[in-house]
Design a binder for this molecule. Structure first.
Ligand SMILES: *Cc1c(COP(=O)(O)O)cnc(C)c1O
Length: 375
């Protein structure tokens, strides 16, 4: 692809000396599991998010799962979330032995629609899990207000949104806990898998620390049945070296997103309603640059993707099938038509190349390729 969807090589080239030094340091000191590399990255990440505690775990999915487990949310309980997200959000809920309960999204933010949440609350509901999809903050004020009124926990799936702000605070620090993924293509990516939970709840943090490491309270003392789900020291060292660049990378993403938005709002295929929109007080970090085709063009989405691929442009759909329609969740028996806004997004969304190192000229090239399809 001349312009790929993401380009991780460009980032490595830009900061190679820092990353190579971090890797060498870990290889030389051979402290591969937990230890000072993990501790110092946890401290730096907690401070970055404005939370008092950060617990490094093996993945974003495990961050969500261990948080649910540590909160005692398990069989018999229900957790409210969005059907328009990566499947890991719901998989964590399912692995905790809990039932995901989907609520439709807002048409412009494509995140949980707070106005629909209360109707989904039952006596079994224990938590709300908003997702800051594409790096766009969910509407946290109304979500937190509903949670407080119904005595529910709020677990933020911030896997796509590291560094995004909601009313001046970092996402992940607004609910009871925030969960992050360091999957390589995320805005802050490891050289492999990794994840983090941030929270201001010291007891919750302690339970997650115990769960991630075999339920340990001593070398061979185990208070609970736990997991092997630690953030590797190697990944912590790499992530620690990258953290100081994150704000600059996110700013570059925002600049490209703004330029795309200005150009694509003029494009008949998409229009002003189809480009990303930041709600009042939200500062998105564009993990994905997702546009929405005008309803009358929805059926041409896959043809547009093929057209872009033929021109060497890496475009994709996030996500082509909402979770209630995935075979993995067929057992929930939720028919098409149940979440019309999520379904419309799934049918009409197109993700365009977005990464910090993209150039203005490349943005123009992508837009020209989109225009050449409409012509
Ligand atoms: C990436 C992602 C996850 C899962 O993270 P992993 O580190 O791959 O386990 C969960 N939720 C969302 C919204 C994600 O984008």
């Amino acid at each position: 692809m001349a312009i790929p969807l993401v380009d991780l090589k460009a980032q490595y080239r830009a900061i190679k000396p820092e990353l190579d030094a971090a890797v060498t340091r870990v290889l030389e000191n051979t402290s591969f599991i937990l230890g000072t590399e993990v501790q110092s990255f946890e401290r730096a990440f907690a401070a970055y998010c404005g939370a008092s505690q950060a617990i490094g775990v093996a993945s974003g999915t495990d961050a969500l799962l261990l948080t649910l487990k540590a909160m005692g949310i398990g069989p018999g309980a229900e957790v409210i979330t969005t059907p328009f997200t990566f499947i890991a959000t719901a998989a964590a809920i399912t692995h905790a032995g809990t039932q995901p309960v989907f609520v439709d999204i807002h048409a412009r933010t494509c995140n949980l629609n707070p106005e629909l949440i209360e109707a989904a609350i039952t006596p079994r509901t224990r938590a709300i899990m908003p997702v800051h999809l594409y790096g766009q903050p969910a509407q946290m004020a109304p979500i937190l207000e509903i949670a407080q009124r119904h005595h529910l926990r709020v677990i933020e799936d911030a896997c796509q949104a590291v560094g995004a702000d909601y009313r001046g605070r970092k996402v992940g620090s607004l609910g009871d806990a925030g969960c992050f993924s360091f999957y390589p293509s995320k805005n802050l990516g490891a050289a492999g898998d990794g994840g983090m939970v941030v929270t201001n709840d010291v007891d919750l943090a302690e339970r997650i620390r115990c769960l991630r490491d075999h339920g340990r309270t001593g070398k061979y003392a185990h208070s609970v049945v736990g997991y092997t789900s630690r953030l590797d020291a190697m990944q912590a060292a790499i992530l620690g070296a990258k953290l100081k660049f994150l704000d600059g990378w996110n700013e570059a993403r925002r600049r490209h997103a703004a330029y795309y938005g200005a150009l694509l709002a003029e494009c008949e295929l998409i229009g002003p309603e189809g480009v990303p929109w930041e709600a009042e007080g939200c500062r998105a970090v564009y993990h994905v640059y997702g546009v929405r085709l005008q309803a009358r063009h929805t059926l041409r989405r896959d043809a547009l993707l093929e057209h872009l691929h033929a021109l060497g442009i890496g475009a994709s759909a996030h996500y082509p099938l909402p979770l209630h329609l995935q075979p993995a969740y067929a057992s929930l028996g939720i028919p098409r038509g149940s979440f019309p806004v999520a379904e419309a997004w799934a049918d009409g969304e197109v993700s365009l190349p977005l990464y910090p190192e993209l150039t203005t000229q490349q943005v123009e090239e992508v837009v020209a390729a989109v225009r050449s399809f409409s012509a």
